[in-house]
Design a protein around this ligand. Sequence first.
Ligand code: SF4
Length: 354
Amino acid sequence: MSTPLLLLDDTELAGVVGPPAFRVRQVKRWLYEVAETDPRAMTDLPTTLREHLSTIGVSALETAEKRLGDGGMTVKWLHTSAGAEIETVLMRYPRRTTVCVSSQAGCAMRCPFCATGQGGFARQLAAGEIIEQVLVAARWLRDEAGGEDGDAPRSPTRIGNVVFMGMGEPLANYTAVVGAVQRLRSDCGIGARHITVSTIGIPDRIRTLANDAPPVTLAWSLHAPHDDLRDRLVPPNRRWPVADVRSALHDWRSAGGRRITIEYALIDGINDMPELALRVASIARDLEAHVNCIPLNPTGGTAYRPSPHGRIRAFVSALREAGANATLRQNRGAGIDAACGQLRARHGLEHRTR
Ligand code: SF4
């Protein structure tokens, strides 16, 4: 079976398309700007080339399930590709759209509050499988969201931002993620400052990323400000403790990397005490980082629960009073298993119980 066009790099695509050289540019415009999946619709190509490309096929992903939540403002997909299950979430806001992509099928980091971590690691994703998640969301926005409210769509109908916050640890699939970032910029027209790579913190890879993709935003999934607690919540902390990640993040900034954000999932009675907020604020001030707090998205099968509203507000207030820039984000898609790993877990459960 031929490799789908979206999995080919530029050299491989040129080999498939053949001369003249501008044909590759034409095909890439259809693939990445128009998000076309049927080569027979690529009307500026010769008929023979269209037929040839249609025998190869465009897509690697097949959609197994799609769910809409928050009144159509959140869309979640479960895709399959060569035996792997891949989740993607589109979040729509009045002035922007953000697609959250997976970088791995599953995750080996085993954070105990995360459904993906509980499901284990399946395999790395290719750059093309990451890009296609964005293209599927772009196609949905164009074809299904564009005219939903007559003349006034409730949210932009183009993808504005891409965040690597879905399944997997992006820096553990480094080559594919950097390749996907480069193609998002060059082929899909998404600026680097609209791309966020979220990591639990792998120091060597943070330093390398500063050279390979410095204009992206880096988000550090902190979740606990000291090693004792973080060893429990983010097990790789035993190998890459807080101080080592902080040192790498300083190097990232020194190398010209953009401002860092700190991600902090508030977990009831575990990491939401005011004294921890003071320590998080101290780290944020030191790194000149912005803190994004979000109530934990509850997942079945664990004892971890989101913090109650009062404690969340108190935590964010303590951060601000201690001089940190902090934002409280709302969970999206609670009714559609939108948290990372939930839909895949439920899908597997439903299949096993059929
Ligand atoms: S929280 Fe992120 S790094 Fe941790 S297990 Fe889940 S996907 Fe992996």
